[in-house]
Design a protein around this ligand. Sequence first.
Ligand SMILES: Cc1ncc(COP(=O)(O)O)c(C=O)c1O
Length: 507
Amino acid sequence: MTMTHQQDLKGVFTAKDLDFKPAGKITKKDLNTGVTKAEYAVRGAIPTRADELKEELKKNPEVLPFDDIINANIGNPQQLDQKPLTFTRQVLAILEYPEILRVGHNELASLNLFSRDALERAERLLNDIGGSIGAYSHSQGVPGIRQTVADFITRRDGGEPATPEDIYLTTGASSAATSLLSLLCKDSQTGLLIPIPQYPLYTASASLFNAQVLPYYLDEESNWSTNSDEIEKVVQDALKKQIRPSVLIVINPGNPTGAVLSEETIARICLIAAKYGITIISDEVYQENIFNDVKFHSMKKVLRKLQHLYPGKFDNVQLASLHSISKGFMDECGQRGGYMEIIGFSQEIRDALFKLMSISICSVVTGQAVVDLMVKPPQPGDESYEQDHDERLKIFHEMRTRANLLYETFKELEGIECQKPQGAMYLFPRLVLPKKALCESERLGIEPDEFYCTSLLESTGICTVPGSGFGQRPGTYHVRTTFLAPGTKWIQDWKEFHQDFFSKYRN
Ligand SMILES: Cc1ncc(COP(=O)(O)O)c(C=O)c1O
């Protein structure tokens, strides 16, 4: 503030006005306890330490036993040098600066900077959006983009129709999930059935919205499968304790497990939802990340099949399914885009959801455009098709090769047991740690898997997340790693670390 400005306020208060002791600052105790209780390990203590080490590497590289931090803690492929799809970025460049179009299609195409189909898509999107990505859109999202999403879902689900009225474009799947949960968590007796292990967005949201977590455990021995009998038992136990099992969260393909649900398992999940009136949130953000001859079945497709097969029985099932531009082949995590499809809800619930979504006006409009590009990539015959197809194939092969290499490496090692990769971007191996390592972690006052992950980070720069951040059966320990980091040296470094760790702590 300049002197003149300070002087403007001189004399505004009397001495009596200023005769008070300044009040203190707010403290943690004044906050929403839901926020204080919530935990999100993907960006927790170990990644925070990795950030400190990254700074240390810049200042004193010689004091650390590694040259780089490998961020295997979060599914963030472009942070790890994955190239964005060219078609996506060409369209976005024009959306950001439509003046480029004034140069003319032929001239732009001859520069080899923009393909003709990118120019056409950008024009169509600008038209649908209403001219500028800098303007708010409809609260459900741009109608033309919702139509593209509905067409995609219809194709994906073998012709089962989807409509733009059921689609919301969202600022990523996270915001779709938190909006839905803020609507559905009525009070502290609301129960959320959450798979364990799970992506911690869901337990953190349960804390934020003061709901009860009703954990259902996935079966590690059968490649982290979902057991519907286990879910039904959790439902019945909750009811006995006067907790309403209101929402069933399914993550398919799973994070952190990578497990992909069979059609039969999905049908059994729908049966529980139909029987007990539980809303399903099906998080399907990894639907394109499928490896090793496994097939993805959407919750919506299976539900529709059941509705045709057993008229009347499944008509009241309420489902919200989520998708995101952060995963698959787009991997545009930073652009923040996604969609949810809501089906089976009554008009009054749809109205309430619309009101809730309209409070935050609309989702990021460039993110909405990327959703359009995700669900409608270049097709054979389009100028970009070959290049786009090759770029996708490269991403797919690199991820699958590294997933399999990491899995094979873990298989060779003692004290680490890993299920075969099926989908998503992660492996979640179990650590069977020697007693001496357990004692050492106890002495340090940390969980054994946290001890392992911390030691891995400090020795190699590889940043992972301990299983405790995702939930695990008591007495078991895991580590979650992505298989996104480029190259294979880090896998070799991990192997050597693991062997040294076991030599040091072997009983
Ligand atoms: C299962 C799952 N759902 C949702 C998200 C968040 O997605 P978005 O970036 O679209 O918010 C993630 C991110 O890793 C995830 O693993």
